[in-house]
Design a binder for this molecule. Sequence first.
Ligand code: ADP
Length: 422
Amino acid sequence: MALLLGSIADDFTGATDLANTLVRQGMRTVQLIDVPDPAMPLPEAEAVVVALKSRTIPAADAVKQSLAALAWLRRAGARQILFKYCSTFDSTDAGNIGPVADALLEALGGDFTVFCPAFPENGRTIYKGYLFVGDVLLSESGMRDHPLTPMRDPSLLRVLQRQTPHKVGLVPHAVVRRGTDAVRAAFAALRREGIRHAVLDAIADDDLLTLGAAIADLPLITGGSGIALGLPENFRRAGLLAPTRSADALEPVRGAELVLSGSCSLATLAQVAAMRQRRPVFELDPLRLAAGEDVAGAAIDWAAARMAEGPVLVSASAPPEAVRMAQEKLGRARAGELIESALAAIAKGLVARGARRLVVAGGETAGAVVKALGIKGLRIGPQIDPGVPWTASLGEPRLALALKSGNFGGPDFFLRSFTVLP
Ligand code: ADP
């Protein structure tokens, strides 16, 4: 099996979202965590997504990490590179989307690339270069007040132009509607004007498929997971990828089942409430952690005594008032760190006691757990709910992991996920 697509994602759950899209389009996909060790053997995969945490770090660091990931992917034989960022184009005027795209394009010796964060299924559409979230412009959406990357200009042309010295142009929807040849002609016209960066309009999945075919020969593509929709078909057309077949098979993983939750998002709170009706729950209290009690040790003993009879839940999830109270007493960052490191220690302790099938709720929480377990890569398996697949860790011990960011999944997600696993 030869590697076809190499991708560099600027955050962890975004990487999983892309990997899940590729698997569903028939490409066997592995997600690697952080820049892979040069000695790491190439996993059996047609697509590799390297998950960085580079969205909000200084631009120079983001460039350095992205170039290191690119070097590994090229050595592994990737034929095309996709730089994946958020469908709301999360970035500041200092970067990092422009600087990383410029550096990758230069390293690949290219002179032209595209920018398309559209994800119509999730309400992210681009028209005349303006990004919409649902029915409103990006600048009128919740992203306006994001703590790290407030997005107050809805024009992707302007936002990107502030992040790059190169000229930014547009392929408007009127052209996209006319089909792949028209889009290719528009690329050629932009190139003749010396434009290196083209923002692509897309308001529906059909547009993404048209664009997908038009970008088949570009060495570098940039966008959200939506722009990957049409890429597997390009490889199929070129005879490099088998005709449609299922790409989500995982080797069975046997062992105890465990759910860890460090997310306080509304969807997670409903999932915790649903699980509490059916199975035992251990509540983690940040104030007891701060007082120095060995709460993690107690949770490990508690869960180890019960895991053999079915899945148990260890949860720090709490409603907004309780979170606010803990944050007032401990500070926002300290409360978060205490819980993340406790859940990471609990995961490690319980894997040592036989847990093998783990559901983890919370983006940051999942990052902390994966790090503590020393996991370097995940093979992507069957989808549980939109955007959340089962995965299996590379290396030993083999674990099945479902890493769910806060607002994903239906109320019965925790217990139902175990029924999806082979
Ligand atoms: P989500 O994906 O829902 O945003 P994350 O894990 O990314 O979830 O973020 C949730 C943050 O809230 C984590 O840093 C976690 O440690 C913290 N947290 C969880 N429970 C509590 C609590 N009871 N009080 C204060 N902070 C909490």
